[in-house]
Design a protein around this ligand. Sequence first.
Ligand code: IPD
Ligand code: CA
Ligand code: CA
Length: 263
Amino acid sequence: MQGSANLNVMIKAARKAGRSLVKDFREVENLQVSMKGAGDFVSKADIAAEEILKEELLGARPTYGWLGEEGGGQDGEDPTRRWIVDPLDGTTNFLHGMPHWAVSVALEHKGQIVAGVVFDPAKDEMFYAEKGKGAWLNQSQRLRVSGRSRMIEAVFATGLPFGGRDTLPASLQDLARVLPVCAGVRRWGAAALDLAYVAAGRYDGYWERGLNAWDIAAGLLIVREAGGFVEPIREGQSLLESGSLIAVNDPLSQPFIKAIRGA
Ligand code: IPD
Ligand code: CA
Ligand code: CA
């Protein structure tokens, strides 16, 4: 796909942050002896990656606003555009030496996500999309959600709240409804990649409660541009604000959305 100048800036920034994270990821294993030491190291790696993203993205587009997990929000001179980034999605995997984490970068224009990049440096997979231009993996692989139409053959992904968050009871109820009617549920621990995998047709659908805008902004556009649906769990809510969402292929959209909403 012939990407816009903005998309090229995003891909370059995600690669640069990814390189820095890969270097730190190799170090993490040596630090496993002390979980506290490893935890501090990972939060430094995370902050350093966000710094790189900020330098690259705001360096190229200094008038845009900013929302990042580590650095918070900042208004830009241009009130209509903002970068929404998660420098390291899948922190727990990273900390435990598991190669399943990503850099997520989205561009919002007038309240809509118009470009999104989710980069998995450990597998060298760059997922990206621009509004109206389809979703892509690496150089030239067009992404398309799966065509599976039977719930009982479908594999779904989810995220389960940790640390006793208040979304735990509802998430367990979701599982109780979905597990008996599908082929399996995965919980891999990186929301941005969960969405990218729905776009790639690897998962047939995904749902999760209590996420933040930076976890999902890029991935939701990638799913939609791959022909999938992304809906808030509670009808009528804003996706980015509620952070509770369902992403699914076309044929399963009705039964899956129904199963999650419990209707
Ligand atoms: C987390 C991951 C995880 C999801 C959590 C998120 P982080 O992001 O996306 O899959 O279940 O709710 O907070 O903290 O690794 O950036
Ligand atoms: Ca995240
Ligand atoms: Ca993060």
